[in-house]
Structure formats: structure tokens, C-alpha cells
Write a protein that binds this ligand. Structure first.
Ligand code: TYM
Length: 341
């Protein structure tokens, strides 16, 4: 069976962008593919953070995966730092990664600038190598992510290719290996709609955990009243009617897209229903659809977090399963790289 992996950072609260761009799509893939979903705690320490919060957010994020419909009878769920091979592989891959590849990453440039340039941590620079390790470790075929991770996926593909060329094939065979390629080249899976959910307060920037205003995002655990309030106050425009794909109306396109996904309707159905609506009519409709979609997730979340031993068991089993797969990859790569194993 083909394999799918993905992860979310346990920083701040999970929002509608994370859900519509990634987690919701994971759930759709678990019936067809072998799936591994992890909480990337090692990525969460690349920016200044609060240790108390990391610990809590790691558990909460795992609980949300399950609440969103990740089914542990089909998928493995685990914490990245519980599987040591992620860091092992990262080091091995680092030696084949040109610094230039990392320095030109958009997210690195943005985040390091915010950290004051030279003060940014080394791990912020090497972040994409760890992400490549997360993916290549499991010989993943597909990686379901939002649009903002596309460049990191590209790097993972380039790195896989580079290591295959440097150490795979005949060279590996001479060292007693099976030959051929060491890594599979992974493909990103980016959804048609929802790949880039925008901020509620500015339709030209993406919804993000780190935006200072909580009004800019809908968190999966927001109450009904809070969601209603955020949508009521969100940015709109003064055009007549509603429409998709008008570059002058990014907010309109975003809100229609969110409505489309949470209501389970098609683009045509949404247009048919909403094209003549005013914002005053559309906003309550959108609020109800979002609340209706999120409330079963919130109920399940409460149930899961009420029973803490259950979550620990899920994470231990997930880590065991992942470790089994990961160790084979590490062994192969070490052999190919000439380590005395
Ligand atoms: P993170 O934690 O920033 O985001 C988790 C997932 O949510 C998607 N996403 C969005 N999708 C649509 N609209 C938005 N506004 C939005 N904001 C975030 C992201 O694209 C992502 O899919 N580096 C990754 C985590 C990671 C990873 C991996 C992912 C580490 N290792 C291996 C896949 C495979 C990150 O920081 O995601």
C-alpha cells in the first residue's frame, strides 16, 4: 500500500486553516493508504517558546487529530520526538544539504527576519531538513499539506534525489546493500479548495497561529458565540452580491471557499445559493455552517481529553509502529553512507 505522512506543529491553537488545508484531508486518505500522522514537537522549538505550553499543546494537538476523525484502527498517530530516528536522519541528511538551499527558503527568510536576523536559531535554518527527514524516513508516497508547505516539500524531493545520487545504486551495492534508490521521491497533496485559508481581518494574508490578533482566525475549539462574533466582525467589502475569484475581493473568495468546504457543497451550488446575498444574509449562514461542522469535533475532543490514559496508549502504539519502519531506513542509509554498522 502507498504511504501518506503529515504533521502539525503544537504551537498555539489549531485553526480552520490547519484543518481545511491539512487535517480534514488526512481523514479522507486513511481508508485508501497506510497513514502516519505526527505532532511535530521538534519543529515547535525552532522559535522561542514556553516549555509548559509545549507539553500541553502536544497532547491537545494529538487529541484534536483524533477528534477530527483520524482513526487509530487505520492510522498511526505519534509524537515526533518519541521516534528518535527523525533526529538521526536529519543529521545524516544535513551533510548532503547545501546551506544555500536553506537560506533561500521563504519561511526561513520571513521568520528569521522577525527574530532579528543573526539572532534566529540554527534550528530555524535547518528546519526543512528535519521536515525532509519526517517524510523520507517512511518512504512516503504522498504528503497532504497546505500551500505554504510546498517549498519545503520541494526541498525534501531535491534532497531525496541528491542522496540517491550520492549514495544509492551501485555504490550502495558495493557496500553490501540492495542497490537502487535509497529514498522514494514524495509528492505533495495540496487540496483544490482550502489550501490557503486567509485571515478574517485581511484577505491577502493567510490565517496563521502566530498572527497577534485572535480575531483573524477561527480556532477549532472556539465556542459558538466566539465564532459568531469573529465572523460578524470579519473584513468584507462594499460590492453588491457575492462572487469567487475576483482579485479585488480576496475576503469574499475566502469566505465563500470556507463555506463551500464546511457545508460540503460544490462551488456551483454555493454560487447558486449565495450570488445575490448581502453580507448581512451570508454571515449568519456561514456561522451556522462552521458551527455545525465543528461542534461534533469539539464534543469528541472533550471525550478524548477526559480520559488521559487512552491518549498515552495511542501515542505509544503509534511511536512503536513508526520506529519499526524508521529503523530500516536509517540502517539502509547508514550502510550506503559507509558507516560501520
Ligand atoms: P504548520 O504546523 O504550520 O501547519 C500545519 C498544516 O496546516 C497547513 N496550513 C494551512 N492550510 C491552509 N490555510 C492556512 N492558512 C494554513 N496554515 C497552515 C500547513 O500547510 C500544514 O499542512 N512544517 C510544517 C509541519 C511539518 C510537516 C512535516 C508537514 C513538519 N514535518 C512533514 C508534513 C510532513 C508546519 O509547520 O505546519
Amino acid at each position: 500500500r502507498k504511504r501518506v505522512v503529515s504533521g502539525v506543529q503544537p504551537t498555539g491553537s489549531i485553526h480552520l486553516g490547519n484543518y481545511l488545508g491539512a487535517i480534514k484531508n488526512w481523514v479522507a486518505l486513511q481508508d485508501t493508504y497506510e497513514t502516519l500522522f505526527f505532532i511535530v514537537d521538534l519543529h515547535a522549538i525552532t522559535l522561542p517558546y514556553d516549555p509548559q505550553e509545549l507539553r500541553k499543546a502536544t497532547r491537545d494537538t494529538a487529541a484534536l487529530y483524533l477528534a477530527c476523525g483520524v482513526d487509530i484502527s487505520k492510522a498511526s498517530v505519534f509524537v515526533q520526538s518519541h521516534v528518535r530516528a527523525h533526529v538521526d536522519l536529519m543529521w545524516l541528511l544535513s551533510s548532503s544539504t547545501p546551506i544555500g538551499w536553506l537560506q533561500k527558503m521563504t519561511q526561513f527568510k520571513e521568520k528569521s527576519r522577525k527574530e532579528g536576523g543573526e539572532n534566529a536559531s540554527v534550528s530555524l535554518l535547518t528546519y526543512p531538513v528535519l521536515m525532509a527527514a519526517d517524510i523520507l524516513l517512511y518512504k512516503s508516497d504522498f504528503v497532504p499539506v497546505g500551500e505554504d508547505q510546498k517549498q519545503h516539500l520541494e526541498l525534501a524531493r531535491d534532497l531525496a534525489q541528491r542522496v540517491n545520487n550520492l549514495y544509492g545504486g551501485r555504490k550502495w551495492k558495493k557496500l553490501g546493500g540492495r542497490g537502487g534508490s535509497i529514498f522514494k521521491i514524495p509528492e505533495p497533496l495540496i487540496p483544490q479548495v482550502g489550501a490557503r485559508v486567509m485571515s478574517l481581518t485581511d484577505g491577502r494574508s493567510k490565517m496563521s497561529k502566530s498572527a497577534p490578533s485572535d480575531q483573524s482566525r477561527i480556532n477549532l475549539l472556539d465556542s459558538k458565540d466566539l465564532i459568531a462574533d469573529k465572523i460578524k466582525r470579519c473584513k468584507t467589502d462594499s460590492f453588491v452580491g457575492l462572487e469567487y475569484d475576483n482579485a479585488e475581493r480576496p475576503e469574499c473568495n475566502n469566505l465563500l471557499s470556507v463555506y463551500q468546504i464546511v457545508s460540503g457543497k460544490t462551488k456551483d451550488e454555493v454560487m447558486e445559493e449565495c450570488k445575490d446575498m448581502s453580507w448581512g444574509t451570508f454571515k449568519p449562514l456561514l456561522t451556522d455552517a462552521v458551527v455545525e461542522h465543528l461542534s461534533p469535533i469539539q464534543v469528541r475532543y472533550q471525550e478524548i481529553t477526559a480520559e488521559s490514559a487512552y491518549l498515552d496508549k495511542v501515542l505509544t502504539e503509534g511511536a512503536d509502529k513508526a520506529t519499526e519502519i524508521a529503523e530500516v531506513t536509517i540502517r539502509n542509509l547508514k550502510q550506503a553512507m559507509g558507516f560501520y554498522i
